[in-house]
Design a protein around this ligand. Structure first.
Ligand code: PEP
Length: 251
């Protein structure tokens, strides 16, 4: 059966010292709760090795926020999937809307990134989601379907089963505007159907689909209560241990 997952996305926040302290605080807080979900923090590349040294991997997973679409070589400034894996990280966020929007990531490059992540035993947390205009003109289901088909549907069923998906309506990210639990459920059930049509019901039922977009302790419970919402990808509220734990304990 699929896992519930709460993953933090720190984005470009915290210095190394602040990040290590935040990771220590989350790690400490997890000792005192019986978390009903897998808990992951995805942190800046510069923090990965140091954070890995202070967390208990049995309780807290570690991930990067991106990786390169090449394995090595003359790509100044890029960080490869093997480099990420060598820090001890086991997850990587791919296709976040900020990467698509500001850094021109396309389904073609994301396909490569997914392949390289999987080849290096990293679990991709693959993000999909529509912009406000697409929500308002009613094309949002088709948009998300295309994002999944274009980047992921060349994977074998075995490889697809290793992914975590994160539905993040772009209009809800960092805006304080959350999708309603019914809007999230509609999309998550639709995504599960798209997966079932391609890979069968068993694969679809075993895929964790997280919701992301202004998720916080006050709305997490209602979102996570929906049958097809298997947790959250958390931005702003992951930057303080207390609010992040408030979401972890919403399960
Ligand atoms: C995100 O960027 O993945 C995200 C969900 O951000 P926020 O929670 O701040 O909306």
């Amino acid at each position: 059966m699929r896992k519930n997952v709460v993953a933090g996305n720190w984005k470009m926040n915290t210095t190394l010292q602040e990040g290590v302290k935040l990771a220590e605080d989350v790690n400490e807080a997890l000792k005192n709760v019986d978390a009903k979900c897998d808990v992951v923090i995805c942190v800046p590349f510069t923090h990965l090795a140091s954070v890995n040294a202070v967390i208990d991997p049995a309780k807290l997973g570690l991930g990067a926020e991106n990786c390169a679409d090449h394995v090595k070589g003359a790509y100044t400034g890029e960080i490869s999937a093997p480099m990420v894996a060598s820090t001890g990280a086991t997850y990587v966020i791919l296709g976040h809307s900020e990467r698509r929007q500001y850094y021109g990531e396309t389904s073609e490059t994301l396909k490569e990134k997914v392949n390289l992540a999987l080849a290096n035993n990293l679990t991709p947390i693959f993000c999909i989601g529509e912009v406000l205009e697409q929500r308002e003109n009613g094309s949002y289901l088709e948009v998300v379907k295309s994002q999944i088909e274009e980047a992921l549907f060349e994977l074998s069923a075995e490889d697809f089963s290793k992914l975590i998906l994160a539905y993040e309506p772009v209009w809800a990210i960092g805006t304080g505007k959350t999708a309603t639990d019914d809007q999230a459920q509609e999309m998550h059930a639709f995504i599960r159907g798209v997966i079932a049509d391609k890979y069968g019901k068993e694969v679809a039922d075993n895929t964790s689909i997280l919701y992301g977009g202004s998720c916080k302790p006050s709305n997490a419970k209602a979102l996570f209560a929906k049958p097809d919402v298997d947790g959250g990808l958390i931005g702003g509220a992951a930057l303080e241990a207390e609010s992040f734990m408030g979401i972890v304990t919403a399960f």
